[in-house]
Design a protein around this ligand. Structure first.
Ligand code: FES
Length: 285
């Protein structure tokens, strides 16, 4: 079959909106010649180069790594560069910007609030030995099991698709969202990190971790299989265990009002159950 015989036409219905000029979003349709294997991102390039140069979207790597090109494809959050047109459409498809974000223009969402939430949860290794970090004399070693505990969650590309699917984000702008919370867990569970206490205020705030009621939509749309919903439930468990340890160490009444009368009551509080994954001896708790 020749290339011409292999080509068919698919109509791209695209939501257009320029907040500086338009009163409300509108839909525009473009006829795109599609060949087997062509991605939605390549279709958008065809539109911009041949039909409408004013169309705006975001992309960079074209290979599902940078996280720039997430959008609603036929109503589901997905990466345009990672979606073949033949897999999502026969004759037509719809493209719209990710919901739950302000729109910069057309298919470009403003991801700045997502990254602000991300930063508030300190997505880096928090340690007390800052001298060693600034002037390293060795390596922070991990066992394969310690790596296994967080590596799935480290695959996040920060595309923002999970926030677009999250019902809590849709109703509470103060909620950090699946990406930030999953990345918080990724670091809290890292055997080299000791930063849970520094993240506790945000996690435990009125808009924090417990805003998640486990709809699971974030994991359904995640293009990298990160499973943020699972990470959030594990983060809840981690937070509860950290409280149990704190209570055992200080006593519940001391935590609330001051020193507890008698240390013997503290020994009545059982140790929390063992974690599935062993921590390294270097982990501060
Ligand atoms: Fe980088 Fe799509 S362009 S993930």
């Amino acid at each position: 079959m020749s290339a011409a015989e292999d080509t068919r036409e698919v109509v791209f219905h695209i939501r257009r909106y320029d907040p500086d000029r338009d009163g409300a979003p509108t839909w525009k349709s473009y006829r795109v010649p599609v060949t087997p294997g062509m991605t939605v991102l390549e279709g958008l390039h065809f539109v911009k180069e041949n039909l409408d140069a004013s169309l705006a979207w975001r992309f960079s790597c074209r290979m599902g790594v940078c996280g720039s090109c997430a959008m609603l494809i036929n109503g589901k959050a997905a990466l345009a560069c990672n979606t073949q047109i033949q897999d999502v459409s026969d004759k037509a498809l719809t493209l719209a910007p990710l919901p739950n974000y302000e729109i910069v223009k057309d298919l470009v969402p403003d991801l700045a609030p997502m990254f602000e939430h991300h930063k508030s949860l300190k997505p880096w290794l928090v340690r007390e030995d800052t001298g060693e970090i600034l002037n390293p004399t060795g390596e922070y070693r991990q066992t394969p099991e310690e790596l296994e505990a967080y590596i799935q969650f480290a695959n996040c590309i920060k595309c923002g698709a999970c926030l677009a699917a999250c019902p809590t984000v849709a109703t509470d702008p103060g909620y950090p969202g699946p990406m930030a919370l999953a990345q918080c867990y990724r670091f809290c569970i890292d055997s080299r990190d000791g930063g849970l206490e520094e993240r506790r205020d945000v996690l435990d705030s009125a808009h924090g971790l417990y805003g998640c009621h486990y709809a699971g939509e974030c994991s359904r749309v995640c293009p990298k299989g990160v499973d943020p919903a699972r990470a959030i439930q594990l983060m809840k468990r981690e937070l509860v265990f950290s409280y149990l340890k704190l209570i055992r160490r200080k006593g519940a009444s001391e935590l609330l009002t001051g020193p507890a009368p008698g240390a013997e009551r503290r020994s009545e509080i059982p140790e929390p159950p063992a974690f599935t994954v062993e921590r390294s001896s270097g982990k501060s708790e």
